[in-house]
Design a protein around this ligand. Structure first.
Ligand SMILES: Nc1ncnc2c1ncn2[C@@H]1O[C@H](COP(=O)(O)OP(=O)(O)OP(=O)(O)O)[C@@H](O)[C@H]1O
Length: 691
């Protein structure tokens, strides 16, 4: 199958992509079996599901290989397995060798690029930015920024994206580039480096036939001119596109039914009795005649229900009984006759429906048998025997190994972090509603709380107002920021997971840059909040008191943000994260010292108060406000003699709970701990992508 025999013209205007070394990698896979654990809906326990079964083959460098098969036949799974994108808990047996060398998932990722079936690109980026971002991070550091940028533009030109360079990618909410342009952009982001192996899962889906032809032609050139190993899963290509491929792997029910040169496919299945009519697209023939039996075209046509001549290829549905077609009876029929008629009609309809079900089941069983026969035919074919001999001899032959040039570069942290920070800033800038929403919420809530507690009195009623307002502020500081970040971070997580999975950047650079970009808003907004409500409420009016107050609000906001990131990392689904958030927040709130005096908390719940940021925030605010506060009780209020703020703190159980500074120190440590937990949770959520 696999010598480089090129009889087709290369497309005229494909520039040589890069002066990258001509590293040629051959992938050999033998007896691959891949099984996943599935939890059937509405049933307990897990069951194993076999997806690939005894799949063997070879993918040659400088060849363009198509993987074809019906939907669900295992094409995506085969590409994922070969490219190292599968979960550690799933079971893969068999061998995958690259240039004769066994490879880890991580190594495979370093020597290959993968264009996934779904395009996941940050929706606020423009086409230019997305390509330049990929080029800046993936191309070697020996290239200058200008060279990387030029490379990105070359790829844009090649993929006909140059007219949309400044359009944003867009999302379901924001109109951006078209689906086909998005597909080409995903391809371009991988092609900037021209990896030694390029896997593409349905690169032409969503493209018109001319663009699909152009894209596949480019892939063919990349393979032929630069010695790359290019493998695409593809659905129903046009005849022109089909003939651009060199080699073909056909899968059915997770097994190989053909592997060889594209040109040999029709002859192979023809020998099995699947005749390809003249002037038919071979890909259509494969899908319509070989992979799927044609349905009955006319149930009443006796010829259509007969097996095809030759017998090997008889796969029509059995003749179905025609359904009764009754017109409503108008006239003089008696009630009794009508009821009997109705009953007979119902019985007839039921029998007909049953016959349809039985016929469908029989057709399904016949179809399974037919596919099993195709699998067996391939297993016993001389082509498969030759392939196995060749695989065995190649394994034994001196393996050339993988040249280090084949491994794509990973940008260092100092390059990744600023690029990610810049992108996050641009993202925030282009999502102004998020910031405006937060600003409006800050101003609105600070005015509301300011107006509710406007100029608290210094009598006993004022003590209650101070306690209530301080607790409200602590809760608002945490809740507001938790919810804000949970939605933003949760929505962005799929992009991070995809980019991290394709080794665009590492977790430290992403996490630190993302946090640093978030940080200013988690400082400025709580300070603004404090400025508005502090003086409206009329707390102790000294610079030191205000300073501690604002610092507490900043730390509460940051604790909320860190908690929000932590929870959004724990759950892959944003709606789950949102719905479980109260479960985290309510206990922290209840045991913060406002609802239950901290000295009277039941012993089995005491630990919760120590992990509640709201507790430390509330103690800090209460101490800041009540320490040495003069309270002037009215004549009608029953105050103990010498009643003052220090006695209020005694009553609240806070007198012995450390100074304002100490509580803020603990709060700061909690913010750091929550950020570390969030980092670990994020790492765990993506670990399966690389382990
Ligand atoms: N993690 C999984 N859990 C359960 N079933 C899975 C899993 N991954 C794949 N499958 C099943 O394995 C089969 C092959 O899936 P795969 O996505 O590889 O098919 P495909 O040929 O690429 O299909 P399509 O052309 O529709 O994309 C399907 O029946 C699919 O439902």
């Amino acid at each position: 199958m696999m010598e480089v025999a090129d009889t087709k013209d290369e497309p005229p205007n494909v520039p040589p992509l890069l002066g990258f070394p001509d590293t040629r990698l051959q992938i050999l896979f033998q007896n691959l079996k891949y099984t996943v654990q599935v939890k059937p809906a509405n049933k307990g326990g897990e069951t194993s599901k076999s997806i690939l079964n005894d799949v063997s083959g070879v993918l040659e460098p400088a060849r363009l290989t198509a993987v074809m098969g019906s939907s669900g036949s295992g094409k995506t799974t085969l590409l994922n397995v070969l490219a190292g994108f599968y979960k550690a808990q799933d079971r893969l047996t068999g061998d995958i060798l690259v240039n004769g060398q066994a490879v880890t998932k991580e190594k495979t990722r370093r020597i290959s690029g993968f264009v996934h079936q779904e395009d996941v690109i940050l929706h606020t980026m423009t086409v230019r930015e997305a390509l330049e971002f990929a080029a800046a991070l993936k191309l070697p550091s020996s290239m200058t920024a200008a060279q990387k940028s030029q490379r990105a533009m070359e790829v844009a030109q090649l993929l006909n994206l140059h007219k949309s360079l400044d359009s944003v990618v867009g999302s379901s909410m924001i109109k951006g580039i078209s689906g086909g342009e998005k597909r080409r952009l995903s391809l371009g982001m991988e092609m900037v480096t021209e990896p030694a192996i390029l896997f593409l899962d349905e690169p032409s889906s969503g493209l018109d036939s001319f663009t699909a032809f152009k894209v596949v032609h480019i892939l063919r050139s990349v393979a032929h001119l630069h010695g790359r190993t290019v493998v695409c899963s593809i659905h129903q290509p046009s005849s022109e596109v089909f003939h651009l491929f060199d080699d073909l792997i056909v899968l059915a029910a997770g097994q190989v039914i053909y592997l060889g040169q594209v040109e040999g496919m029709v002859g192979y299945f023809g020998a099995l009795g699947y005749h390809c009519p003249n002037y038919t697209n071979p890909a259509d023939y494969l899908f319509m005649e070989v992979l799927n039996a044609p349905a009955v075209t006319g149930a009443d046509d006796p010829e259509a229900a007969q097996p095809a001549a030759g017998g090997a290829h008889s796969h029509h549905l059995p003749h179905l009984p025609s359904l009764p077609c009754r017109l409503g009876s108008h006239g003089a029929a008696s009630h009794g006759t009508a009821a009997a008629d109705k009953k007979a009609a119902a019985a007839e309809a039921e029998a007909a429906a049953q016959a349809v079900i039985t016929a469908a089941e029989a057709a399904h069983a016949a179809e399974e048998q037919r596919i099993a026969a195709l699998i067996a035919a391939w297993g016993g074919s001389p082509q498969a025997a030759a392939l196995h001999r060749s695989l065995t001899s190649r394994r034994a032959a001196d393996a050339p190994g993988i040249s280090r040039h084949a491994e794509s570069a990973t940008a260092p942290f100092w390059l990744q972090a600023p690029l990610l920070a810049r992108r996050a800033l641009l993202n925030a800038w282009r999502n102004p509603l998020v910031f405006r929403g937060k600003l409006a919420q800050t101003v609105f809530l600070s005015l509301v709380v300011g107006l509710i507690y406007l100029q608290v009195s210094d009598d006993l009623a004022g003590v209650q107002d101070r306690q209530g307002s301080l607790f409200f502020l602590v809760v608002e500081g945490l809740f507001g920021s938790v919810m804000g970040i949970l939605t933003v971070f949760g929505a962005e997580k799929p992009v991070f997971q995809r980019e991290f999975g394709t080794r665009l950047y590492g977790l430290p650079a992403y996490f630190i840059s993302r946090w640093l970009v978030e940080l200013p808003s988690h400082i400025l907004l709580p300070v603004l909040f404090s400025c508005i409500c502090y003086f409206m409420i009329g707390y102790q009016a000294t610079a030191a008191h205000f300073g501690w107050f604002a610092l507490t609000m900043v730390l509460m906001d940051n604790a909320g943000a860190a908690l929000g990131i932590f929870v959004s990392c724990l759950f892959n689904d944003l709606s789950v994260a949102l719905s479980v958030m109260p479960m985290f927040l309510l206990p922290l709130m209840v045991f913060s010292g406002f609802f239950v005096n901290s000295d009277t908390i039941p012993p089995y719940f005491t630990w919760i108060q120590y992990i509640s940021p709201m507790r430390y925030g509330y103690i800090a605010l209460a101490k800041n406000e009540f320490t040495n506060l003069q309270i002037n009780c009215n004549a009608d209020e029953s105050c103990p003699p010498g009643f003052n703020g220090n006695m209020v703190l005694e009553n609240m159980g806070f007198a012995s709970k450390g100074s304002v500074g100490q509580n803020l120190g603990i709060l700061f440590a909690m913010v750091v701990a929550l950020l570390l937990l969030a980092y670990v949770a994020l790492w765990l959520s993506v670990r399966r992508l690389i382990k």
